[in-house]
Ligand binder design. Structure first.
Ligand code: CMP
Length: 140
């Protein structure tokens, strides 16, 4: 299996509760390496563009309001099969359906305030990484 990179966000519900270290420990224990990371406060324009694929969904405005409600930590994660591995470590989108031991089961508050985002494909990972990071900021 090839070494891959994926894009991750630690969301405002987790930064508000001071859980960035706990989330990072779970990512690292799951075999992923944090090769870039920065704490930012997303603008509405950034959130709307990043989640543009969901713009027709009824939760879109609320999602953008939530993602701009506090700081987030954007990350690049590296490891074997990183896209799928990160999705396993995160667990299901809705924490009610997430497996025990996953980030969302252990930490998330709701389907919206679900603590972490992870890319759903290698193609989207490349797009999402480039949205927030210059190549020079990623140190593997
Ligand atoms: P994420 O993996 O970042 O991708 C899209 C986000 O939209 C998702 O996590 C949730 O935060 C949010 N989301 C998905 N489905 C719903 C829903 N039914 N209601 C509210 N928010 C949702």
């Amino acid at each position: 299996m090839a070494v891959q990179r994926t894009f991750s966000i630690i969301k405002p519900d987790a930064t508000r509760r001071n859980l960035t270290g706990k989330v990072n420990a779970m990512l690292e224990a799951g075999g992923l390496r944090i090769v870039a990371q920065k704490r930012i406060h997303m603008t509405q324009a950034q959130a709307a563009s990043f989640y543009g694929v969901h713009k027709e969904r009824p939760f879109f405005k609320s999602l953008c309001d939530f993602m701009t409600s506090g700081p987030v930590v954007v990350q690049v994660l590296e490891g074997e099969n990183a896209v799928a591995r990160n999705r396993e470590i995160m667990g299901a989108t809705n924490p009610a359906n997430a497996e025990p031991g996953t980030i969302r089961k252990e930490v998330a508050e709701s389907i919206e305030a679900n603590s972490v985002h992870g890319s759903d494909s290698p193609e989207n990972a490349a797009i999402e990484i480039a949205y927030f990071f210059a190549g020079s900021e990623i140190v593997g």
